[in-house]
Structure formats: structure tokens, C-alpha cells
Design a protein around this ligand. Sequence first.
Ligand SMILES: Cc1cc2nc3c(=O)[nH]c(=O)nc-3n(C[C@H](O)[C@H](O)[C@H](O)COP(=O)(O)OP(=O)(O)OC[C@H]3O[C@@H](n4cnc5c(N)ncnc54)[C@H](O)[C@@H]3O)c2cc1C
Length: 318
Amino acid sequence: MTDVLAVADHRRGELRDVSYESITAGRQLADETGGDLHIAVISGTVDDFAAKLNRDGVDTIHTVSHGEEFNHDVYSQAITQLYDELAPQYVLTPNSVNGLDYAPAIANELDLPVVTDTVDLDNDGETLVATREMYGGKVETTTELEGDAVITIRGAEWPAAEGTGDATIEAFDADIDEDAIGSTVNGFEEVGGGDVDISEADLLVSVGRGIEEEENLDLIRDLADALGATLSSSRPIVDNGWLPKNRQVGQSGKVVTPDVYIAIGISGAVQHVAGMKGSDTIVAINTDPNAPIMDIADYAIVDDLFDVVPELIDEFDG
Ligand SMILES: Cc1cc2nc3c(=O)[nH]c(=O)nc-3n(C[C@H](O)[C@H](O)[C@H](O)COP(=O)(O)OP(=O)(O)OC[C@H]3O[C@@H](n4cnc5c(N)ncnc54)[C@H](O)[C@@H]3O)c2cc1C
């Protein structure tokens, strides 16, 4: 039997989507050997978070009430104590800023191997095969693991768990050594662009180098307004300083999973696709029918964006 302990991720009072995705990943792993799925939710409004995490497939949710925001030392201590108590074979953490902060530390503390940024996990009962992408997604590698391990999972690779579960919710009385807490989060400062979080948007209008000039961005803003969508972009637009960094989709930007992603004048380089391939429906507007974005587009408009976008604005505005 293989029990799995998955750790939820939250920030500023909101659970991150990857928390629900790790339920799916953890359930699949546990199912492969008939084990239980435990979820740990640490800090913040843990009872509220636990109620939201109680989705199909979760056996037990362990809440650790301590502070509001992520703290390296609190998470590390709570997770290692939960590991000692529950003896799971696998500890799953998000491959997020938080997860990457504590995963190596708990692996070191527990003397376990750590595999980061996994995009697929397959267990035949004896060996766990963890798949990772390298060279910007051009190469896939596999790592075979026997025994216990700490694994970080990439966001948007597993579907979010749904439904209402019947998990047992238990407060875990972690013995946090306050003297060992080296740093605390005192606040947040958003990078340029205000509070917009493109990873939470349902509808994204995304613009790439095909827009040619900064002043042409107004056309894309008008389309976003007409559709009630959020504006995002490929990296060159951000590198040019035309949009702030928090609008960038991709490997070195944000991972997004909207219902609809409209890629305008974006070629679909692997580093861009890594950030948006989890979108439900992808629409591409591009003059090049052979652009890589066409390989993953559900709908393709092979035409000049300067002709297509004004027509779309006319169609949807008012
Ligand atoms: C380590 C690393 C990390 C990276 N991280 C990211 C990342 O996070 N996000 C990211 O986006 N990129 C990232 N990149 C860059 C990436 O490799 C590409 O260079 C980038 O995604 C290309 O952006 P683009 O599609 O806007 O531009 P281009 O590749 O230049 O594509 C422009 C597209 O517009 C089309 N087009 C031109 N004119 C028109 C028109 N009038 N109407 C319609 N279509 C038109 C063209 O046919 C073309 O397909 C990274 C690269 C590296 C090396």
C-alpha cells in the first residue's frame, strides 16, 4: 500500500489551483497501490481551506493552524512531523515558489530523494516513474524511484479534482519550534501591473510579436474590453517593456489555465506553450498556417490580425 501526503498551496487567503491538481495526482498515485490520500493544509484559514479541499478522492485532511502566510520553517517542521506520524511513501508538493522552497529541505531532513517539476507519475506497485521535461520542453526524461520520495508537481499538468468529498478533517498538533523560525512574510509587493493575476482569469486575450508596435496594443486592449477578457502576452512583449512582467505567459512567466485562450500573433514556442497548454479552448490568430501554435489550437484563424481583430471587436462590442 502506498499512502500519499500532498501539501496544499495558498497565498494571500486563496488556495492555488495546483492544490486541487495535486489531489488528482495524489489520488492516481495512491490508487495504483490501494493507498490513502492525505492532504496537509498549513497556515492561514485552515478550516475554510480544508472545506474547499474536501473533494472527491481525498481520505484525510490534516490542518496545521500557525500564522497566516507561507513560512519555510513552519512548513518544513509541520510536514516532517506529519511524515513521521503518517508514514506516507510519497510527499507531493507543488512546484511553486513555496513548494520549491521547502521540498529540498524536508527531503534533506527526512533523508529522502527529491524529484522536482514532474509532469507525469506512474507507479507499477514497486517502481515510481517520474517524468520531467528538459530543455524548455523539447526533451522528456524519466526518473525511476523505489521507496519513499518527495516529489514536486508542475501546475496545470493534472486536472483539478472536482466534486464534494467525504474526507475526515483533523487538526494536527504540530510542535513548531518558534526559536527555529528564521524569517516571516510581512507583506506583499506586486511587480508592476497592479493586482492582475492572469493565472486566475477565465478568458485571456494574449498578444505576441505579431503586433509589431507598442501603439498597436490598443487594438488588443479593445478586444479584451469587448470580450471582458484579461490581457496577457508572450515574452517579447514584456521584454520590450510594453506590458508588465505579471502579464507574461510561459515557462519564465505564469502558467495559465483559462476556459478560453486567444493567442494573437504568437508563434507558439515551447517556452510559451509550457504556460498555456492547459487552457480548455485555444484560439490562434496567425498569418502562418504552419506556426507551432496551430498544433495545439482548437480553432485557428489564418489571417492578418490587423484585419481579424477589428472585426471581432465589431462583433462583440456592445
Ligand atoms: C529560457 C527561456 C525562457 C523563455 N520563456 C518564455 C516565456 O515564459 N514566455 C514566452 O512567451 N516566451 C518565452 N521564451 C521565448 C520564446 O522562445 C519565444 O521567443 C517567444 O515565445 C516568441 O514570442 P512570439 O510568439 O510573440 O514571437 P514570434 O515567435 O516572433 O512569433 C510572432 C508570430 O506572429 C505571427 N504574425 C506576424 N505578423 C502577424 C499578423 N499581422 N497577423 C497575425 N499573425 C502575425 C507570426 O507568423 C509569428 O507566428 C523563452 C525563451 C527562453 C530561451
